[in-house]
Design a protein around this ligand. Sequence first.
Ligand SMILES: Cc1cc2nc3c(=O)[nH]c(=O)nc-3n(C[C@H](O)[C@H](O)[C@H](O)COP(=O)(O)OP(=O)(O)OC[C@H]3O[C@@H](n4cnc5c(N)ncnc54)[C@H](O)[C@@H]3O)c2cc1C
Length: 409
Amino acid sequence: MLISGASVAGPALACWLAHYGYRPTVIEVAPALRGGGYAVDFRGAAHLFVLERMGLREELERRATGGSPMAFIDSRGRQLAAMPPEFAGGELEILRSDLSRILYDHSLYTATATATAASPSASTEYLFGDSLTSLTEAEDGVHVTFERGAPRTFDLVVGADGLHSTVRRLAFGPEEEFVSRLGYYVAGWDLPADASGLAARPLGYSEPGRLASVGRTTRRTGEPGYTGETFCVFASEHELSYDRRDPQSQKKAIAEAYAGGGWRTPELIDTLWAANDFYFDAISRVDVPHWSTGRTVLLGDAAYGATLGGMGTGSAMVGAYVLAGELAMADGDHTKAFARYEQLLRPYVTTCQEGGRHVGEFLAPATREAIDARNASLNDPATIQAMLEQGHTVSAAISLEDYPSLCRR
Ligand SMILES: Cc1cc2nc3c(=O)[nH]c(=O)nc-3n(C[C@H](O)[C@H](O)[C@H](O)COP(=O)(O)OP(=O)(O)OC[C@H]3O[C@@H](n4cnc5c(N)ncnc54)[C@H](O)[C@@H]3O)c2cc1C
């Protein structure tokens, strides 16, 4: 089985497949596991159940970051409202890159139920720095060609290659059919060491239609943190024109969007040009009418992404758990497994995705009045509590089979 993408969904699926005795191959376009980046979170019973069934909860807790608090300030730095750490940080928050590394390690060394000292456990093959170029389905499997490697045939192909999935484009159709922009862009980058004082406290400055914020991700253990980082969200009615493979053209688009910004925005934008750990994309939502076609299936952001606020990480992990469990239960009948996977997961992840619809207007409200209203809601403990509870309810709204017990082989 070939899995495209080695971030969250791909290695999580590989962990489970290895556990059930398969030996998946994972291909990742980046030359190595992608490092750096932002923190992602888990919240609610379903996410934690999956982490526990994987035996990873303790390890993740050891690497956990301290949540994502933010004080919203005015142009003179005076606090107007505060977002508690668990609001964006959930019950367990971790750098996406740490999560990816843990899943990767685990997928290499997963002990299968059938493994013995004489017969080593099935595991995962990783191919870095390559990408699929074509998929052709035939009786015996899917013939796959690659940018670099020699063609191969796999029984099944899984697209776990994110919002801009190549598998989805090759097997389902052009990205425009499945990905809708939600009217906002998100950017993040690391601050240089000499500017890290800017991020001594997590602060967010809102002007109509744009948020400029700084923070510093630290581990709960108090391990020395990183230099600071920025997180920016801005509205744009029109699709911006920039080259997705050219960071300089993206940085130019961001600088233009923040021109004339108050507070320390000019200082922040000055740090953009030298940033290495840089992220920029339109806040988008993925809707694919059917997640599988023949022997190819989509998982995680490729199937049901919602850049921010849609619990994408938890949904990717729950999805991997269900897809692998259904494949193991179906005993080779991938059609049955894909159908069950979609039937069980779709209502759940569609509700989770809905959170992504409002994240832009929450972080970068369009008017001064809307900024004041957002700040007033953050200053109301009852509203915060209700929002947190709603997040928990949504993220727990799936009843999961205990596949590892059902599939003992
Ligand atoms: C700034 C930001 C903050 C976020 N915060 C949170 C949060 O707090 N909580 C949360 O739950 N979620 C959060 N998310 C969303 C979360 O990151 C995703 O939902 C999650 O990473 C989805 O995992 P995935 O493996 O499906 O996709 P991705 O993490 O996008 O990984 C896709 C992988 O596929 C690889 N790839 C792409 N193209 C190819 C190709 N052609 N061939 C091979 N490999 C390829 C990529 O390099 C990447 O490694 C955030 C996202 C962003 C951008």
